[in-house]
Design a protein around this ligand. Structure first.
Ligand code: ADP
Ligand code: MG
Length: 228
């Protein structure tokens, strides 16, 4: 079975009398270990699709199944538990906690979802910081790090609980080009090392070329697919 299956999934937002079809009739399957990008212009539905795949939202019609679980069947509590157990997230704005060190930011998900003893936790946090090349900056707070370093910490945080799937919504949008390439290369390296599936979105032509599979969206529909 595929890791992710969307069958005729649509998402309609309603505000008053106005309906916006953010996604229409999306059918897609994603296998474990894929390194895949959703690509399309602003407003094409990339974030909406990532939110469905990340169990942050339900489709208006059709189904989205993540690791055999129908996301529409999960209530708020169950979907939060499911995300904590199986998923990692990387955000455009990094979303690190400003008062916590890099080490503490990476440790945070483990404190939330894994009941591990302190020494096991410490080993895992340092393993992840080391994997992203940030072990020596472990004590620094986000405001002492560059954008690229912050995103490296965010990648370590997304991976620390060893999720099967990491979702990244425009993870390179706030980075310069060289740094953006490094972050994508790092994510691919993490996929190779840990077997984690990565699904990210971008509207950047150059960044999308690093993906092994590209799903192009336009006006909420898949218009093209391409494999490297
Ligand atoms: P992208 O991430 O590709 O820029 P989005 O998934 O954010 O696209 O948005 C797709 C469409 O859905 C856009 O037309 C956007 O305005 C609309 N949309 C997204 N979120 C909402 C919302 N919460 N309420 C109403 N419309 C929304
Ligand atoms: Mg978006």
């Amino acid at each position: 079975m595929a890791l992710i299956e969307a069958v005729s999934a649509s998402k309609i937002y309603r505000s008053g009398d106005v309906e916006v079809a953010a996604l229409s009739d999306i059918t897609l399957s994603i296998e474990a270990r894929e390194f895949l990008a959703f690509v399309g212009p602003s407003g094409s539905g990339k974030s909406t699709l990532l939110n469905l795949v990340g169990c942050l939202d339900h489709p208006s019609s059709g189904t989205v199944t993540v690791m055999g679980t129908n996301v529409a069947a999960l209530n708020r509590t169950a979907s939060a538990a499911f995300r904590g157990e199986h998923l990692g997230f990387v955000f455009q704005e990094f979303n690190l906690v400003p008062v916590l060190s890099a080490y503490e930011n990476v440790e945070y998900p483990l404190l939330m979802v894994r009941n591990w003893p302190a020494d096991k936790r410490r080993t895992q946090v340092m393993k992840m910081l080391d994997a992203v090349g940030m072990a020596e900056q472990a004590h620094k707070r986000p405001d002492q790090l560059s954008g690229g370093q912050k995103q490296r910490v965010a990648v370590a945080r997304a991976l620390v609980s060893e999720p099967q799937l990491v979702l990244a919504d425009e993870p390179t949008a706030n980075l310069d080009h060289a740094t953006a390439h490094n972050v994508i290369a790092l994510m691919k390296q993490m996929r190779d090392e840990f077997g984690t599936t990565f699904v990210f979105s971008t509207h950047d032509q150059k960044i999308m070329e690093a993906a092994e599979r590209i799903v192009m969206l336009e006006d909420g529909r898949i218009v093209k697919e391409q494999r490297a």
